[in-house]
Design a protein around this ligand. Sequence first.
Ligand code: SAM
Length: 286
Amino acid sequence: MSDYQETLYEGYGQRFRMDKLLHEVRTEHQHLVIFENPRMGRVMALDGVIQTTEADEFIYHEMLTHVPILAHGAARKVLIIGGGDGGMLREVSKHKSVEHITMVEIDGTVVDMCKEFLPEHSKGAYDDPRLNLVIDDGMRFVATTEEKFDVIISDSTDPIGPGEVLFSENFYQACRRCLNDGGILVTQNGTPFMQLDGVQNTAGRMNGLFADWHFYMAAVPTYIGGAMTFAWGATTAGLRNIPLDTLRQRFAGSGIVTRYYNPEVHLGAFALPQYVLHAIGKPSNT
Ligand code: SAM
């Protein structure tokens, strides 16, 4: 048995025992590995960075879908950028009120290999008739599409390699253009303790672009270095402060059973610690 050593950070990282290597390939865009680990289940890594594990993916996928969709309250069209493992699509598809899901993933091999080796992630969601799966660069898609969306979820790799463009000013501006009134953009934005510059960069690019921008947090064990941030950009103010009772009604009405998300966690996730508020230039969480 060998080990998989994550290489995201210089001089600091996590190691997974690889009990069984399920697949390894250099795709057109990145190096993909899927293996079995006794504690985390099946694990997928891209270009040396752990992307998702069977054990803890529910936290990340529930928080990046149910927070914006339940805050929005009437999301009909959802766009997922990235998300090739299928977990985000699975959670979005649980919302019966959503009428159309577009997913733009740059690497078709990730989709195919995760369908085969991580079937619990997509759990058949790729067969959802509401899905329009586009294999393309998410930046190109949002820059050129005429479609408008109620919720946009950027489920990208870190800002290295093909994912880098999904953290650019152009990307956020294009996403803003693709949102309907009342629309919300949320993105994977790394762990602030380790990647504070990433949060600062996103804050600077969202400020002035969205009527309300902020971040929310959740601890996902395999995104090491502490709780991670999700960027939030809303076209109208107030969507970040939906009354708890309203969220409870919407969550109950969705009929969705979760393992991490609940309305109290939803609202609490927006309470950022002082060092993150300071980094993004905000005096408080309002
Ligand atoms: N949960 C992971 C995280 O937080 O780092 C992300 C998982 S998902 C596997 C990331 C996906 O983003 C990958 O499938 C990758 O191929 C895709 N991706 C990277 N750059 C992209 C781009 N420019 N356009 C569309 N998809 C992209």
